[in-house]
Design a protein around this ligand. Structure first.
Ligand code: ADP
Ligand code: MG
Length: 246
């Protein structure tokens, strides 16, 4: 593999809370344009791992690199890296008192220092990407969960990220709304966005993921292409887990 293709490198990440060792050495490389899906039982450190990558939770040990630059221990540069490593959460985290457009514009104005007209143009472009342009002037309370999640994806896209981390983006949604969010994520993957996705949606994993990483007890227990993990008899733990969630 050409080293230049690697956009994100995660190396030997460890994290404990009190005496609870949640991540016990997690490493992987992400190539540009790749989608990796993380699955595994609740409490195995999937959310903690994503939070360690963008330093919302600083790891105890280990290194994260973005485009060859160290994200861990980056001091004030962390604000730059947080723009370049987008994050989408289960519960959207939109500001209730701001319209969809204003939610997407906010960081463009405040963090990137864009002028009003340019920020508005860019925010509308990103809302169009997720099929939410017609809802620009609506408040979060007026949106379905699926629409709100699409706005939060537009907000991440507005920072022109190198990679977007999705933490169970559809777990709060019923099946109909889940589908519309997964369709947007599939489109982003097709267009070459680099994505790490924690999800239990195996249909999505099988159709979109270049690699599935099965986490158990704070380590990556099994990893490989969806096809390999599901059909090669050597890989049993992930299949057992999937059998339990289906
Ligand atoms: P997952 O996303 O795989 O369900 P998490 O990363 O959320 O797992 O949590 C892994 C473990 O770390 C859990 O036991 C959880 O209680 C613990 N944990 C996560 N965040 C904190 C925190 N801020 N303080 C203390 N314990 C935490
Ligand atoms: Mg979680």
């Amino acid at each position: 593999m050409n080293n230049n293709d690697i956009v994100l490198r995660v190396e030997d990440i460890h994290k404990s809370f009190g005496g609870n060792e949640v991540l016990r050495g997690v490493s992987f490389d992400v190539r540009r344009g790749e989608t990796k899906v993380f699955i595994g039982p609740s409490g195995t450190g999937k959310s903690t791992l994503l939070r360690c990558i963008n330093q919302l939770t600083p790891p105890d040990r280990g290194t994260v690199w973005l485009d060859g630059e160290e994200v861990t221990n980056s001091g004030a540069r962390i604000n730059y890296f947080r723009q370049k490593i987008g994050m989408v959460f289960q519960n959207f985290f939109l500001f209730d008192h701001l319209t969809a457009l204003r939610n997407v514009e906010l960081a463009l104005l405040k963090v990137r220092g864009m002028g009003k007209a340019e920020a508005r143009e860019k925010a509308l472009t990103e809302l169009r990407q997720v099929g939410m342009e017609d809802w620009a002037d609506h408040y979060p309370a007026e949106l379905s969960g699926g629409q709100a999640q699409r706005v939060s994806i537009a907000r991440a896209l507005a920072m022109d990220p190198d990679v977007i981390l999705f933490d169970e983006p559809t777990s709060a949604l019923d099946p109909e709304l889940t589908r519309e969010v997964l369709e947007v994520m599939k489109k982003l993957a097709r267009e070459g966005m680099t994505m790490l996705v924690v999800t239990h949606e195996m249909g999505f994993a099988c159709s979109v993921a270049n690699e599935v990483l099965f986490m158990e007890n704070g380590v990556v227990a099994e990893q490989g292409s969806p096809d390999l993990l599901l059909h090669d008899p050597r890989f049993t733990r992930m299949k057992d887990f999937i059998g339990r969630i289906d």
